[in-house]
Write a new protein. Structure first.
Length: 317
């Protein structure tokens, strides 16, 4: 009887110093597990020798697979490519930076054998800078009041997905992808495993403040239209207050005559209303921009080289 297969998808961008380390950690952890494993590295347009290190591993282990993009398309697209090309009955997603502990692979598989379609790793904020941890908590508090799906603080891409969960994700073919929301949107049975946060040892984080901010905005915009509703209600409330203000001033003028208008009142009204209008236009622009990109129907990524059979449909997907 052929052994059952688990696929491990590892998006990699400029992780040259970590490729061999994550490979050794996985193989050591999986050596006594009654499954076969394939490790699929997605080289997301790295500018260092990440792909060279991956090829060295592939030369000694045929279970090491890789897909190398023509440029950097982003982690979300790398995950999509991994889901499209893995063959295992279950898929484990983890980063190449060693911040996802390999000793959770066994609990993942145990949860999968218990019948769960998603076995999720949730980390605490131990060791993070206090300011960043505070902003993260505030963000998750805000986003869960706005979006239509639940996104838990400390839950990321590190998880095991059953084949059914992977197939469900592949049905969601939008270009602007926010995996945290997609994982939550598909539902299915879930089990959560908790672990302590691990600080990166090698290389630099790819998540700058601006990248995190953009990622946060994607999360808010991608899964609801409530910001548009907020714009509508804000406009309606401001219109109501404006009408009340006009009525009060009209009555005042009738009773007391025209007085010199106050500069402060005028400039405050202009700046306040102008700011609200620009904010609403920005929110509307975000949605229109996403519609614009979706209507182009561009491929999610382009493959430069790979050692797996992508097929005609995926070669330039």
């Amino acid at each position: 009887m052929k052994p059952r297969l688990i696929s491990i998808v590892i998006p990699s961008y400029n992780e040259s110093n970590n490729i061999e380390l994550i490979y050794n950690a996985i193989t050591n952890e999986c050596s006594d597990i009654d499954y076969d494993f394939e490790i699929l590295f997605i080289n997301d347009g790295s500018t260092d020798d990440t792909i060279k290190r991956i090829k060295q591993l592939e030369s000694i282990n045929s279970n090491v697979k890789y897909i190398s993009f023509t440029r950097n398309f982003g982690k979300e697209v790398a995950l999509l490519a991994g889901f499209q090309h893995v063959t295992g009955e279950a898929v484990i997603v983890m980063d190449a930076d060693l911040q996802h502990p390999c000793n959770l692979i066994k609990p993942f598989i145990q949860g999968y054998e218990e019948g769960y379609h998603q076995v999720i790793a949730q980390r605490n904020r131990k060791g993070e800078k206090p300011l960043r941890a505070c902003f993260s908590s505030l963000y998750y508090c805000l986003v869960n009041k706005i979006v239509d799906v639940e996104i838990k603080n400390g839950v990321g891409d590190f998880r095991l997905l059953s084949r059914k969960a992977v197939e469900a994700l592949l049905l969601l073919n939008e270009g602007n992808r926010f995996s945290k929301g997609l994982f939550s949107w598909i539902g299915l049975s879930q089990k959560t495993i908790y672990y302590d946060n691990i600080i990166r040892k090698n290389g630099k984080s790819k998540w700058s403040l601006s990248a995190l901010l953009n990622y946060g905005i994607d999360g808010i915009i991608s899964f609801n239209n409530r910001p548009l509703r907020i714009c509508f209600y804000s406009g309606a409330i401001l219109l109501l207050f404006s009408l009340i203000y006009i009525f009060i001033n009209f009555v005042f003028i009738i009773r007391n005559g025209i007085t010199e208008p106050g500069y402060f009142t005028l400039i405050s009204a202009v700046l306040f209303l102008g700011g609200i209008q620009l904010l609403c236009l920005g929110v509307i622009g975000e949605y229109i921009g996403r519609i614009y990109y979706e209507t182009k129907h561009r491929p999610h990524y382009l493959i430069q080289e790979t050692n797996i059979n992508t097929g005609e449909n995926h070669e330039d997907t």
